[in-house]
Design a protein around this ligand. Sequence first.
Ligand SMILES: [Zn+2]
Length: 249
Amino acid sequence: MTEPKIKHYSVFSSFPKLIHGFSTRIGGVSLPPFDSLNLGLSTKDDREAVLENRRRIFKALRIAKERVVYPQQVHGDTIQTVTQPGIVAECDALITNRPNLFLSIQTADCFPIFLYDPHEQVVAIVHSGWRGTARNIVGKTIRKLKQTFNVRPQNLLVAIGPGAQKSCYQVDDSVIPYFDPDFYEEDDPGHYLLDLQGAIRQQILSEGVPGGQIEADQDCTHCRSDLYYSYRRDGEHSGRMMGIIGIRP
Ligand SMILES: [Zn+2]
């Protein structure tokens, strides 16, 4: 049996109390086209296979599956502060200061963002596609961390996971008005290549997080079919990766 391959970010590596990870498609039981570590129950994959894949990733991270929080993601900018596990209706960012509570999000091209304040012992997770980024969901999450838990942005550590990178992320002219011209260039007439990860990084910097505390995974989910699912590439045949963050009990 291949162990689930999970990515970890070095920005968090000196904090043994923190658990985090971002799954790849490697190390699960789903059959093609969802092979193999599909974690999305909303896909057309076999439900039992997805549940087994979830058991495997939670086991690999050494967390109890009963302690995971799942947002019902809607590409909006609603942020919920949570105190218990389970499903949270219609939101794309979660915050908690409770230990032994693990925040999750699912992606397949959109960017997962992990945030941790070691001073206040607070974590957050954000799902930011172009719609969420256009609404600055990550900036709003940082402001909510400040208001709710007195988090100082100077203390935040942030990782932006992999997603569809600029050379694979063509958008039309209905999308670009929401973005700074620094982050896109014209490709074909009326079509642009958008650096969504760069725009997200800028939003985090604008809230006062030092650049040296922001790690951006350079992998492209669209290019790396060996490692990642991609909705742009595979449409309804795409599985989902999962990002997880929480504080050890
Ligand atoms: Zn690519």
